[in-house]
Design a protein. Structure first.
Length: 401
């Protein structure tokens, strides 16, 4: 079976996901097209050799609808030979795009592909596409589906995580992200964004707050208590009757930020890359996508990671670095507890609480962040894992070559 090699990973900066954010004036197709041009320039290869582009997007309507992958290829001036596909597996979408491309390459059905994701949360708000699990009370009650913030609070309640513990993780995320930004750790993958006239729009992750203080985080009000009072706390207790009350510990400060951004990963067979003069940076050892309880919802990273490790014949101790998406602080704390992973190996350059979580793009972004940090530290093996809606978990295990 062919090795699946990672040749390049690049991303835009994350811009604040609101009308005043730096990337608001740019269409999501422009974010993707800019990365397509950049990856070609960095690799100096014939774009006609890329056999497909898979793009994850969680809200594929409006500016992000009608197969934005194919539209971006055409908008970037690439040859018409790559088909392009848009996919939605909630927050796992960007990494799932990479994993599906990897599976095709491992099967011998492709030799070179691009995969990644995009989300302009300022232009296409989260949840604006609707859907039964968001808007249909009959379905929501039938399956016990909670708003994700309430599910995060349910995890914290079941696991006994205090407000101070989730705030401390958030504070650490900002401290690490601020240091990484100041030291240029994100630079290898970061592609600045310019307007059509060549004026710089954004060259850094806009949401990082170096001055974040633990005490100030503690003053923020719970963000999901109101949703709980609307009946979702009762729904959670119906599914988990051992819980007397939901402790609402998550706030805007210890939950992932709403941002805009895009990411791409170039992957393929080693022989194809060598023929094109591309540098092999890492190989994908295994991937896994699982599903767990849709009420607890955010518990997928640990079982997905265990499955990926099992498929590769490795143990937790064999992994040098972990990127666990910080959808909410309790997600990462639960993962660390379940897997027995020390905090100095998890999200060493901060995470989505500090940097932001551009839904469909995040998984591919984290893969690039992991690869850059493994190279910077001269380490070997890493895992990217994310939780996603309805209980989905995803993981990708890589090893430097």
């Amino acid at each position: 079976m062919p090795e699946v090699i990672l040749f390049d990973a690049l991303r835009t900066p994350r811009g604040k996901g609101k009308a005043g954010g730096a990337l608001y004036e740019l269409r999501p197709i422009d974010l993707l097209a800019g990365l397509l041009r950049a990856v070609q320039e960095r690799g100096a290869f014939d774009p006609g050799l890329v056999e497909d582009l898979l793009i994850g997007c969680v809200t594929p309507i409006g500016d992000q609808g009608y197969n934005i992958a194919k539209a971006a290829l055409l908008h970037a001036g690439w040859p018409p030979t790559a088909p392009g596909m848009q996919l939605n597996r909630y927050c796992a979408s960007g990494l799932e795009a990479v994993n599906l491309s990897a599976a095709r390459i491992a099967a011998g059905w492709q030799s070179l592909a691009l995969a990644g994701g995009v989300e302009s949360m300022s232009r296409v708000p989260m949840g604006s596409d609707g859907g039964a699990l968001l808007t249909d009370p009959e379905v929501i009650n039938e399956v016990g589906y909670l708003p994700q913030g309430v599910a995060a609070d349910l995890i914290a309640t079941l696991e006994g995580f205090s407000r101070e513990e989730v705030d401390r993780l958030a504070w650490r995320s900002h401290q690490r992200a601020a240091q990484a930004q100041a030291e240029g750790y994100f630079s290898p993958s970061l592609i600045p964004v310019y307007d059509p006239s060549g004026l710089l729009i954004l060259d850094h992750d806009e949401a990082v707050r170096p001055d974040t203080e633990l005490e100030r985080l503690g003053l923020l009000h719970p963000a999901f208590a109101k949703a709980g009072r609307l009946g979702f706390d009762d729904l959670a207790r119906w599914k988990y009757p051992q819980v007397e009350r939901i402790e609402h510990v998550h706030t805007a400060g210890n939950s992932s930020g709403i941002v805009d951004g895009a990411a791409l990963v170039l992957l393929g067979e080693r022989s194809q890359g060598e023929a094109m003069g591309l540098r092999a940076r890492a190989r994908i050892l295994s991937t896994a996508t699982v599903s767990t309880d849709p009420t607890l919802m955010l518990g997928g990273p640990a079982p997905a990671s265990r499955l990926a490790l099992e498929r590769a014949g490795l143990a937790v101790g064999d992994v040098d670095l972990w990127e666990v998406n910080e959808a909410f602080a309790s997600v990462v704390l639960k993962f660390q507890r379940e897997m027995g992973v020390e905090e100095d190996r998890v999200n060493v350059n901060g995470g989505s609480i500090a940097l932001g979580h551009p839904l469909g793009a995040t998984g591919a972004m984290l893969l690039g962040t992991l690869l850059d940090e493994l190279e910077r530290r001269d380490l070997s093996t890493g895992v990217v894992t994310l939780c996603a809606g309805a209980g989905i978990g995803i993981a990708t295990l890589i090893e430097r070559v």
